[in-house]
Design a protein around this ligand. Structure first.
Ligand SMILES: [Zn+2]
Length: 185
């Protein structure tokens, strides 16, 4: 199977910043994507490729259409868009996964959610079926079943502590690969 990893946001508008390290969603998730690619060899049957949004396009909608057109052209079996959450209240914490609600997208979201909870040990905010507004375009623009993950809140001390060590990022990468393996191989 072919897993397309889409890094959320873009090099110019990098998304939320985690105050503990100053790292943005785009930068942190670019590293996570690299780790998923490196570890994919250990998961037979999964081929991984990372896709980035093109900041030169005229709108967010155009960027999202363009990146999912490229995951389709590659022949993705599934797509997973990487983010992390942020809130002005540092007490907001936990792991959530967005899904379009289609059968396979939902199964994938459930598997990702289970594996990420085990890897990070954060609060279970559940799978969220999103059909309009923030995140929805990423879930419906490509042909493949899609998920969008928010493994932690970068604004939360809990979320920061669970994800600031290389071995923690590695467990998250493995969680994503295991969930992908369960649903699509
Ligand atoms: Zn984001």
């Amino acid at each position: 199977m072919k897993l397309a990893i889409v890094v959320g946001h873009n090099a110019r508008a990098q998304g939320a910043v985690r105050p503990d390290t100053g790292e943005t969603e785009w930068a942190w998730n670019t590293r996570l994507a690299g780790m998923i690619e490196d570890l994919a060899d250990e998961y037979p049957g999964i081929e991984v490729k990372t896709f980035f949004r093109n900041p030169a396009l005229r709108s967010t909608t155009a960027e999202i259409r363009d990146v999912y057109r490229r995951t389709d052209a590659w022949g993705a079996t599934a797509t997973n868009e990487l983010h992390f959450n942020s809130h002005h209240n540092p007490g907001a914490t936990g792991t959530e996964t967005l899904t379009s609600g289609s059968k396979l997208s939902l199964r994938y979201a459930e598997a990702l959610q289970d594996e990420m909870l085990e890897a990070l040990g954060l609060r279970d905010r559940g799978e969220k079926i999103v059909r309009t507004g923030r995140g929805s375009a990423s879930l419906i623009s490509g042909r493949a079943p899609a998920a969008l993950i928010e493994p932690f809140f970068g604004s939360s001390p809990n979320g920061q502590q669970a994800t600031d060590e290389p071995h923690e990022m590695r467990s998250l990468a493995r969680a994503i690969l295991r969930a992908t393996q369960q649903v699509f191989t």
